[in-house]
Design a protein around this ligand. Structure first.
Ligand code: ZN
Ligand code: ZN
Length: 411
């Protein structure tokens, strides 16, 4: 009985959480991103975000949530299982002590999730998505990995020995939401708060590719874990953001998966089984004969004069891409909001359409030769889906061409 009650509660929580994300968090995020853009222009005379980079980050955020549509969240499912079968004690769910303990516990586990994600190459293959922007603004916070969620849940399981799932489910979300606002260059220093909390200043260092920034400041809400475990670094030289070897693409599938291919190729260059395995489980900079985390001194030197990848492209194409991005954002919103009423097949079809659209827009932003052909294919898919009602016409005037054709047939 108790088990059923917990499952029903978590199921309702899961739905509430989606509604929370869609109806509250999304407008708040978009509002803050717009505010950051305006303040950035007023302060520095230039926007701290570009269309191509910003849309790629938001696209990554959208994609990272798609697995939730087809499978239940890994974290909560595994957590429930351990709680039901192996819990050692049951902390009272309505106690303030439990609440604070869980806040600390989730943040402590997050520190280790995050540290392993940087120090183990196959986990880094997922997490590098978050670091792949050469800009640092609120949209960077949304640049999340599709695959990281399939491994990170393991690190939270010890909490299931004592903390009720309902409390854990709240804190795992709070921890993630907290980390949105720290992705900005506009907040420089927060005084004494810098001693305890993870702040924009500390997290800028985490996103840097300067030598002093590598593998530093893993904290989620609190920075005390980095201070305790020797991974803290204070912001010093101008931080140059992004990966040590920038990917220079806005195509979302490359952003999400390129490092898996690189790892596979890297492992194939080694002769022994031990070296092949080490390529996956040691640090991303490791090579035979080097310490576990490799030697960062071999990284390209950062001068502070690096310019982010931002190729120029036609203003008309920019308008086209932004318009179609807004349309697919609406489709994505509809998909998440109505997922309980849609069949698995419709969900799969709409998911593939969202992926196709974001990929095609990435091809256009990358100015690839195949962009026009892929975009034509996508437009055919869009019109077909609209005609059969899977995607509603988002702007009435976009339905006009199909209406015109109907008129012609009559005559
Ligand atoms: Zn990181
Ligand atoms: Zn970050």
């Amino acid at each position: 009985m108790k088990c059923n009650y917990q499952i029903i509660f978590l199921h309702q929580f899961w739905c509430t959480q989606e509604i929370f994300h869609l109806s509250i968090a999304t407008p708040v995020f978009l509002g803050l991103m717009f505010l950051e853009l305006v303040v950035g222009v007023l302060k520095t005379g230039a926007p701290g975000v570009t269309i191509s980079d910003g849309l790629t980050s938001i696209s990554a955020g959208m994609i990272s949530r798609l697995p939730m549509l087809l499978v239940r969240g890994c974290e909560l499912s595994a957590y429930m299982l351990v709680w039901e079968r192996y819990r050692l004690l049951e902390l009272p769910w309505d106690s303030a002590w439990t609440w604070w303990f869980c806040l600390l516990g989730v943040d402590f586990c997050y520190y280790w999730v995050h540290r392993f994600a940087h120090e183990v190459a196959f986990l880094w293959a997922a997490h590098q998505v978050h670091h792949s922007s050469e800009y640092y603004n609120l949209s960077t916070a949304l640049r999340q990995s599709l695959t990281q969620q399939f491994a990170s849940w393991i690190f939270y399981l010890p909490m299931a020995l004592a903390v009720p799932p309902s409390i854990f489910a709240v804190h795992i979300q709070l921890n993630l939401l907290y980390q949105f606002w720290i992705h900005t260059e506009l907040i420089r220093d927060l005084g004494p708060l810098e001693w305890i909390f993870n702040t924009p200043k500390h997290h800028r260092v985490h996103h840097g590719r300067n030598l002093y920034c590598i593998d530093k400041n893993y904290g989620g809400i609190l920075i005390i874990w980095d201070r305790l475990f020797g991974t803290f670094a204070l912001e010093a030289d101008k931080v140059v953001y992004g990966l040590v070897y920038p990917i220079k693409t806005f195509e979302i599938l490359s952003v999400q998966f390129h490092y898996y291919l690189y790892l596979w190729d890297k492992s194939n260059t080694y002769k022994t089984i031990s070296d092949k395995l080490s390529a996956f489980i040691k640090g991303p900079s490791w090579s035979p004969g080097k310490p576990r985390l490799g030697d960062h001194l071999n990284n390209p030197k950062v001068t502070g004069k690096e310019v982010p990848h931002n190729p120029s492209w036609s203003p008309l194409l920019q308008v086209y891409v932004v318009l179609h991005f807004l349309l697919v954002l609406q489709t994505y919103h509809d998909l998440l909001e109505n997922k309980m009423m849609l069949s698995q097949l419709t969900i799969l079809g709409m998911t593939l359409y969202v992926l196709l659209t974001l990929t095609s827009l990435g091809f256009i932003m990358d100015q690839r030769p195949a962009a026009a052909a892929l975009e034509m294919l996508r437009c055919v898919a869009m019109v077909t889906l609209q005609r059969y009602g899977a995607v509603k016409p988002l702007l009435p005037w976009l339905a006009v061409p199909t209406e015109v054709r109907r008129q012609w047939r009559r005559f």
